[in-house]
Ligand binder design. Structure first.
Ligand code: CA
Length: 535
């Protein structure tokens, strides 16, 4: 009974729902819940360079086993897989929001976790996508070793050369490199501003006119390449004073320091006493064997007669030489011939152009992942491209927020367990109870109803035990349900989180009884059923 109530509590705390439904205005949405549809729409490049196997399946350690994502299953492989839109996206005069979820399930060493929005061109071929396929926007996480950044790159056509140039944001927002899922959002506005968010928090607010390198618009004027500094140009602001001579009393040979002429040897200085002496209290140990250990020498100690160090040869201290002046140099004066720093003449930039609205990107025809990943099992999910911030926010709240919260709680439990393993003094029952009480309190403060549920969960078992007290099986039942166990609480809690969904789907007691191995087997078989490899 206790366990069931706890399951209900945790289901309320971390109960996950995948409920977002796109509107008719949604430009692109993909949550991978319809695996057969995803398998037919996401097309892998036939280019042999991209050999990594993509699968549509649940996370390795899912909060909700029915929540599928796109998984790059192998480390050390390149991937190119794309989804062609039914209608190209034009962001003129409208906000454009691009958002997706990314989870480095097995951590990250060197992996691209970004997406590309490919440009609508006649020669676009989804089956031949490669690293040179023109894109309008590249956005998202990129990590390699200690270097990481959230990319936002726009490919922009130079109206003079008609060539496309990559414009990168100058700032380098950081990637979340832990193993839980994070959601990346890009908002592009018609006033030429943009915002990048991670987990619904802004990490960069910028402007298309001054936040990119190189800039969208070149400078109006440039240095005249034919101009050069005249030979008689004087750019020395100061010169040695002409006619100045070294004063007669300036002695360049004086040393920086001299022996202090006033110093005298203290009267109690002991010239013949060494600073260290052989320790008279030490004697050769009885077990010392001169044949094996060599001749025994007593250790040295500080000479007790030299407490203030006044032993041995006396040397007078040195002081700064008051007569020292160093090498004489003529004083500097302002140069009467100084003209100033030379700069080349400015001329109109023949390549100048002015793009008033660089926020307008080339129409987008497909969404793609074209990356190298050295770590396996990168999971992408919940893609959306829309003109509505509200819609992207709704997806975030309905499909990602609760999952992320549950993952954070799991991580906190794992971290606490790890900390406990490292520190044996933390292994007592009292600390474990305190930890879970604190965890519960944090949740209950956000949802006071939990206090009532928790109170009921404590009261009901007492009533249950009281009413069943005479039945012979009662003792064993209590023992099995004893969840406050220093060695198994975290495992139990984790299992419960996994099971919370299946219990919602199928409210039987059977799932409670499975141990970890059984649970793992169940999970694997579920995944296998849902898996659909794209080769
Ligand atoms: Ca999903």
């Amino acid at each position: 009974m206790n366990k069931l109530i706890l399951l209900l509590i945790l289901s309320i705390i971390i109960g996950v729902s995948i409920s977002f439904t796109p509107s008719k205005d949604t430009l692109f949405f993909e949550d991978f819940q319809d695996v057969s549809k995803s398998s037919s729409k996401w097309i892998r490049s036939s280019n042999k360079e991209y050999s990594g196997i993509v699968e549509f399946k649940a996370a390795n350690d899912p909060v909700d086993a029915s929540d599928n994502g796109l998984v790059l299953t192998e480390g050390g492989k390149r991937y190119a897989i794309s989804y062609e839109l039914s209608k190209p996206i034009d962001n003129s005069n409208k906000e454009l929001i691009v958002q997706y979820e990314l989870q480095f399930q097995e951590g990250v060493t060197c992996s691209g976790g970004y997406i590309k929005l490919y440009t609508d061109r006649e020669d676009f071929n989804i089956e031949q996508v490669n690293s040179n396929t023109p894109y309008s926007i590249m956005f998202g996480a990129d990590v390699c070793g200690s270097n990481d950044r959230i990319h936002f790159i726009v490919r922009h056509q130079n109206p003079h050369t008609l060539l496309h140039e990559e414009k990168l944001i100058t700032a380098k927002p950081s990637v979340r490199k832990d193993k839980i899922s994070h959601i990346y959002t890009l908002i592009i506005r018609p006033d030429n501003t943009f915002t990048i968010k991670v987990d619904n928090e802004s990490v960069l607010d910028g402007n298309f006119h001054d936040s990119f390198t190189p800039a969208f618009n070149p400078p109006k004027e440039i240095d005249d390449p034919t101009d050069s500094k005249p030979s008689d140009w004087v750019d020395e602001a100061q010169i040695p004073e002409p006619g100045a001579t070294k004063p007669d009393d300036w002695d360049e040979d004086q040393p920086k320091r001299i022996t202090d002429p006033d110093a005298t040897k203290p009267s109690d200085w002991l010239d013949n006493e060494p600073l260290l002496i052989v320790d008279p209290s030490e004697t050769q140990p009885a077990e010392w064997n001169e044949e094996d250990d060599g001749e025994w020498e007593a250790p040295s100690i500080e000479n007790p007669k030299c407490v203030s160090g006044q032993c041995g040869e006396w040397v007078a201290p040195t002081i700064v030489n008051p007569l020292y002046k160093g090498k004489w140099e003529a004083p500097l004066i302002a140069n009467p011939a100084y003209i100033g720093e030379w700069k080349p003449k400015q001329i109109p930039n023949p390549q100048y152009f002015n793009v008033e609205n660089p926020y307008i990107v080339d129409p987008i025809v497909a969404v793609g992942i074209e990356v190298l990943s050295n770590t396996r099992d990168l999971l992408f999910d919940n893609f959306i491209i829309t003109h509505s911030q509200e819609e992207a926010q709704q997806l975030l709240q309905e499909n990602w927020k609760e999952k992320h919260t549950a993952q954070k709680e799991r991580q906190a439990i794992k971290d606490a367990e790890e900390a406990k393993k490292l520190d044996p003094s933390n292994g007592d029952l009292l600390e474990t109870i305190k930890f879970y009480l604190a965890l519960f309190q944090t949740e209950a403060n956000q949802n006071p109803l939990l206090y009532l549920v928790a109170f009921s969960s404590l009261l009901l078992p007492i009533v249950f035990c009281f009413t069943r007290s005479k039945k012979p099986s009662q003792k064993k039942l209590k023992s099995d349900d004893d969840l406050v166990d220093t060695t198994s609480t975290s495992t139990t809690t984790t299992t419960v989180i996994k099971e919370s969904v299946s219990i919602q789907d199928k409210p039987t007691i059977e799932s409670e009884e499975s141990d970890d191995d059984d649970d793992e087997t169940t999970k694997k078989s579920t995944v296998t059923k849902r898996t659909n490899k794209v080769k």
